[in-house]
Design a protein around this ligand. Sequence first.
Ligand SMILES: [Zn+2]
Length: 311
Amino acid sequence: MEIYVVIPPRPLDIYLYRCNSRFHVEPLLDMFKEKETYGILVMDNSGATFATLKGRHLEIVKSITSGISSKHRAGGQSARRFERLREAEINEYYKRVANYANQIFLGIPDLKGLIIGGPGPSKQYFVDGDYLHYTLKNKILAVVDTSYVDEQGVKEIVRRSSEILKDVRYVEEKNIIQQFLAEVGKDGLAVYGFDEVKKSLEAGNVKTLLLSEDLDLMLISVKCSNCGYSENLTMKPADLVKFEFDLSKRQCPKCGNQGLNIVDRKPLIDFFTELAEKLNVNVEMISSSHEEGEMLLNSFGGVAAILKYKG
Ligand SMILES: [Zn+2]
């Protein structure tokens, strides 16, 4: 028996007790995988909290209070003067929030996006105003309501993050499909269906490969054991048994003998993702829980590509 002591790169935030014939080190191994980091900022006119979420690990980086005086004005002060002072104070405070946000979030090289929350309308004024660095502004994924501006508010966002990010992903997916449809519409940089997409991939002409998550076709490779003739077909898994049965009685179109056999079968999704990975092509998996996704699946056979140049 050999014993290794490994210090994890981040604190372990789950408890796991298992009696088994092997060691369960998956949570440790997970830490070494590249995880996407999200920035979280919750704020209103009373204060702000900055946090990062990497995988399951949440870190509260900083909390500040605004120090802005309450809405009650001092006696003798005119209402207009009070409002002006308050606006100036808020402006200074927003600048301070933006400075911290820029310091904290711009320093994260693989920042995937920023989620901003808080009660009331101040977060939106802050986002719309000229405060945040433009690269951070471009990374804002969602602006959501929370009840608090402290750690509680951050945790509200984390609790809802899968739902928030799912909505964000929906919008991304819809945009990608709209982009594809626009290319189809002008007979431009788009192809779809097994043969066309495969051909374009192999020619190195695919910018983005679009695959429907619900594409349930199998890719079947048939080969003649007599003359070496081969062909690829796609079919539903349910049709496979009958196809295999019929194949044993079919004649080879090249040599005429009954030598056809299935030599390979795999889900079409796996075939395309493996090919794209090998060719280093960006793949977008599209769910069919929105109209655009259904269109990809039903009108374009579940597989499509946006091209680099007109092929
Ligand atoms: Zn043959």
